[in-house]
Design a protein around this ligand. Sequence first.
Ligand code: 1HE
Length: 266
Amino acid sequence: MRKIEDLQLQNILLEVDADGIATVTLNRPTKRNALDLATIDELVDIFTTLPRAGIRAAILRANGDHFSAGLDLVEHHREERSASDFMHVCLRWHEAFNKMEYGGVPIIAVLKGAVVGGGLELASAAHIRVASQDSYFGLPEGQRGLFTGGGATIRVADLIGKARMIDMMLSGRLYRGQEAVDVGLCQYLVDDAEAKAWEIARNAAKNPPLSNFAICSAISHMQNMSALDAAYAEAVVAGVVNTQEAAKERLAAFAGGTAQKIKPQG
Ligand code: 1HE
């Protein structure tokens, strides 16, 4: 099993703090964090390793003014890929993004500037999207003579619905500001997206890891099942999670009247 310190990373920075919160930083700002194949390989390695390394939550962020300009169009042009080549590239993207969505570690994405094409596909694989005011969301594939290949037909359509996704791709429509929140592209729109993401990550990291595993894996899996099978799987997951040792202390605190109440603050 590969350890975090053994990962060979060129395009992504990875740090882990004392509380087990990982920061995953896209680090090709001069290329607007375009996703070349090397970066996708690094994402696969990182998100294969983090869940097994006891990481409690991950912040996915980017250096520079833009979260990500999507597929590295220059590499794609240079490589003159065959259909089969690009199919395998896309399968690697899916591997990376599936590791994220189904890995069981809460991933909070910090968005800014361009969140477009494959950059939006990457953001969609996170569990929570926190956008700064300058973020904008687009799917310019059609304008580039391309099509989505990193899961947008699944995840972006799931977030905003197929009619909006088709509109974005046909008309080149960009969403930003409150409208981006309203349609479901991000859950938070704030001045300081980094601070908000850290607040969310720190709160999430207080949950028992097994609860977070279920939240950040089982819900996605269950969405892929029939309602009948999802209900069955939910019962099985709840059987394991809701009887875990880590829950006992919290339940005892509630039964003893010392647990924090679930009420809006202020
Ligand atoms: C890139 C890329 C890229 C920038 N691939 N190199 N995505 C797009 O169609 C978006 C393409 N990018 C842009 O529209 C703009 O770059 C931005 C609006 C994001 C930023 O503009 P700006 O003025 O800050 O930067 P720039 O001058 O356009 O680019 C700076 C450098 O980044 C430049 O390289 P340089 O070596 O000439 O300095 C650009 O070539 C480089 N760069 N974006 C490669 N995308 C699995 S299928 C998914 C399909 C898709 O994602 S399609 C959507 C592609």
